[in-house]
Design a protein around this ligand. Structure first.
Ligand SMILES: *[C@@H]1O[C@H](CO)[C@@H](O)[C@H](O)[C@H]1NC(C)=O
Ligand SMILES: *[C@@H]1O[C@H](CO)[C@@H](O)[C@H](O)[C@H]1NC(C)=O
Length: 460
């Protein structure tokens, strides 16, 4: 019944979307604070996280290149290019589409600085046209340590891809990220924007000419962040470069990759290593070609109607990053809606998924937000007392709330029965990562954008 009304009456839809129980602006603010808490390197004087300071100032490449900066990947301290890049692309996509939401929330400047923090790091990592650092820190060494990033003292080797050890997925995703960053900064910082675009083009050429999977070059990554394919990243990079340049050569290449790597088939998910759904939807937006529109629709229709769900209605794709998966599909289907594909259905779906995370499930899954939010995220730095108190494995094992509030972090999430455990050691439930928050933050911005649009329409 409600569906019929929603589908038939734009005004009703506007009212439904506008009337949320949750303050999306506040969620945007918190999510940006999460990214700020993940910063590595020398922090600026306007750092807003009182329990964070400078860290990993000795991060260097194999030839002494300065690799300080960037973000720690999760609750640990490896700097990991592949997910940092996909995070950056998604945050940028959300900012480009829903800038009004960031502006209305007073968060535009923080969003820009979160994006630039990553962009600056990728530029450092791209030490020559065909050489890109993709990881700083060794997972095995890193995981022997529990404590603050400011106290890190193990060796932090740096790993790269080059022509002998290519990684089209890593170089492709970093190219996509920098192309997206260049669009974000086109008006506010044109010099930086063109610099990002130059790096993006070089990285795409590198990805395209020297084919391979990055985890064969950066072996330590295989266990944690395997990439199964690079066809999606090559297409993604070319499509983002087309969006950033309007140069039809990039569209030709994107379409060529799309055919060659058979990206037409309906994927099951949209994730840091499975970008096909995003590719389909971006190409639908850029070209309005029926092939891409239909592919995008097939993905979102499947997700909305047939994807596995928990009893309380959360899309359930995987036990790791359950909420990230749901937020990612919410975000790309908001993008599909923007391309004119079943807008009311996908927007309603996205709101339902995000509101589940913010409290509709009976609790909040965002640290520092709403009712009964997670108190023990699996995150070393926030599990420590303020300095100078020592911090180590005792903090990991201490069954108490994390002393520092890791504001804005979206945890991995519940199991397929909506069951959740708020225990630090239960990382399947309580892990936090850069990429978990990315699609989520962008979807929240999208929902806020729809509210603003609805208010605007109601006034006129
Ligand atoms: C939403 O949160 C922002 C702060 O993030 C605050 O300024 C605003 O007043 C809140 N809005 C409502 C309606 O509570
Ligand atoms: C790192 O710090 C720990 C604890 O303070 C100390 O036991 C260890 O020897 C240090 N390691 C290095 C490589 O300095």
């Amino acid at each position: 019944m409600r569906d019929c009304l929603v589908l038939s009456m734009v005004a009703t839809l506007a009212a439904v979307v506008a009337a949320s129980d949750y303050n999306y602006s506040h969620v945007l603010e918190l999510s940006l604070l999460f990214y700020e808490a993940q910063r590595s390197g020398k922090l600026p004087i306007d750092n807003r996280i009182p329990w964070r300071g400078d860290s990993a100032l000795a991060d260097r490449g194999q030839n002494g290149e300065d690799l300080t900066g960037g973000y720690y990947d999760a609750g640990d301290f490896v700097k990991f290019g592949f997910t940092m890049a996909s995070t950056t692309t998604l945050l940028s996509w959300g900012y480009l589409s829903y800038r009004d939401a960031y502006e209305a929330a007073g968060q535009a400047k923080y969003a820009l600085s979160a994006i630039k923090w990553a962009g600056d790091y990728f530029i450092k990592c791209h030490v020559s046209p065909n050489e890109l650092y993709g990881q700083v820190g060794d997972f095995n060494l890193d995981h022997t340590f529990w404590g603050r990033p400011e106290d890190l003292n193990m060796s932090r080797p740096a790993y790269k891809i080059d022509t002998q050890h290519p990684g089209s997925d890593l170089a492709g995703e970093t190219a996509a990220a920098l192309a997206a960053v260049s669009l974000v900064f086109r008006d506010v910082n044109p010099g930086y924007s063109s610099k990002c675009l130059e790096h993006a083009k070089q990285l795409y050429r590198f990805a395209s000419q020297y084919r391979g999977l990055y985890h064969e070059a950066i072996k330590g990554a295989a266990q944690y962040y395997e990439s199964t394919d690079y066809g999606d990243e090559l297409t993604w990079a070319a499509a983002w470069l087309y969006k950033a340049t309007d140069d039809p050569q990039f569209l030709d290449e994107a379409e060529h990759h799309y055919m060659k790597f058979r990206l037409k088939e309906r994927p099951n998910e949209f994730f840091y290593n499975k970008k096909v759904a995003g590719v389909q939807i971006l190409l639908a937006q850029l070209t309005r070609q029926p092939d891409y529109m239909e592919a995008a629709q097939a993905f979102c229709d499947f997700t909305v109607s047939y994807q596995k769900k928990t009893p309380k209605g959360l899309v359930y794709i995987d036990k790791f990053g359950t909420l990230c998966h749901a937020a990612n599909v919410a975000f790309v289907c908001l993008q599909a809606a923007d391309a004119g594909i079943s807008p009311s259905k996908y927007r309603d779906f996205a709101r339902q998924q995000i509101d589940y995370m913010l409290g509709d499930s009976g609790r909040s899954y965002v640290v520092g937000f709403g009712h009964n939010y997670p108190k023990q995220p699996h995150h070393a730095a926030s599990s420590c007392l303020m300095r100078p108190a020592p911090c180590g494995w005792d903090a990991f094992n201490w069954p108490r709330e994390n002393p520092q509030l890791l504001k804005g972090a979206l945890v991995s999430g519940p199991d397929e029965n909506d069951h959740y455990m708020d225990k630090r050691e239960e990382y399947v439930y309580n892990e936090v990562t850069l990429d978990y928050n990315a699609g989520f933050q962008s979807a929240v911005a999208g929902l806020r954008h729809l509210q603003l649009e609805a208010f605007e329409n109601n006034r006129t």
